[in-house]
Design a protein. Structure first.
Length: 277
């Protein structure tokens, strides 16, 4: 409905709790089921035989700590008579409820059939269970999604998952495209890697790149490759058409290639760069 002025706020209201006891003529202390916040006497309504009791020192009762140090013990100044009906109604504010809601490691059930929960039964660890199975685990240093998919886009067909031990799969548009294991990066069937044109030393998967700009002079052993980020086994080196042996006949450091022996004067030197994919 419409409102004139500010719309009323919607607050979460916590239902009052009721504790019941029976007097025996000698007992003066009674422990409530729930802890009451400090100064919580104002949240209590204590009745003996339907007569409300006045709280405070020198009055009908006081509120104090039980044997565990929790603020939940009512102490009467005089023991209620035998068979006296005693009941205590506790009303919690939102702030008070937040202070006393200590699950002490028990599960907090979220759904009707009780199989979706949040629990912290291990110190400093939060487990989220959905449909009866632990799905996520959160600690101060990690989020463990336990092999489930991490969905990245709106229509849920692009994701990262690790449902096989020691393997990460990247799914794009509903199909696994790339896979990582401990020592291998695999491009799965139907997928390719393309260079945007800005990656240094990156060549097309379909073409070799050849550099024939050098010639020997009988003394020079160091020649510029013309590219960077290449390993010695990524480059085929030919001198006058003869393929040399990597490491034995030449090495690579940065953008330079160094021959073990200087190519002869006028020798044709060819560098052929193997695809990186």
């Amino acid at each position: 409905m419409a409102y004139i002025g500010a719309r009323p706020t919607t607050n979460f209201r916590v239902a009052p709790t009721k504790d019941t006891f029976t007097g025996d003529g000698s007992t003066t202390t009674f422990d409530l089921a729930n802890t009451v916040p400090a100064g919580g006497e104002n949240a209590l309504q204590v009745f003996v035989e339907n007569v409300r009791q006045e709280p405070g020192s020198g009055k009908a009762y006081t509120l104090g700590a039980d044997g565990s140090g929790d603020l939940k013990r009512i102490t009467f100044s005089s023991a209620p008579v035998a068979s006296a009906e005693i009941y205590v109604i506790t009303s919690f504010s939102n702030e008070a409820f937040a202070k006393i809601t200590d699950l002490k490691g028990s599960e907090f059930v979220l759904d009707a059939d009780g199989d979706t929960t949040i629990a912290a039964d291990t110190d400093d660890t939060i487990d989220i269970k959905i449909a009866g199975s632990d799905v996520f685990q959160l600690t101060s240093s990690k989020l463990d999604i336990n092999g489930k998919e991490l969905v990245l886009d709106a229509d849920a067909d692009t994701s990262i998952h690790s449902d096989t031990d020691d393997q990460i799969d990247i799914k794009i548009a509903g199909a696994d495209d790339f896979r990582f294991t401990a020592n291998t990066f695999t491009i799965l069937s139907g997928s390719t890697i393309q260079n945007s044109g800005t990656a240094s030393g990156f060549v097309s998967a379909s073409d070799y790149t050849t550099n024939k700009s050098h010639a020997g002079d009988g003394s020079t052993t160091v020649f510029a490759l013309g590219v960077s980020s290449r390993a010695v086994n990524d480059v085929l080196v030919f001198v006058n058409g003869i393929c040399l042996v990597p490491t034995d006949d030449y090495t690579i450091s940065g953008t330079n290639l160094t021959f073990a022996t200087a190519p002869a004067a006028s020798a044709e030197i060819t560098f052929r760069f193997l695809p990186l994919v």
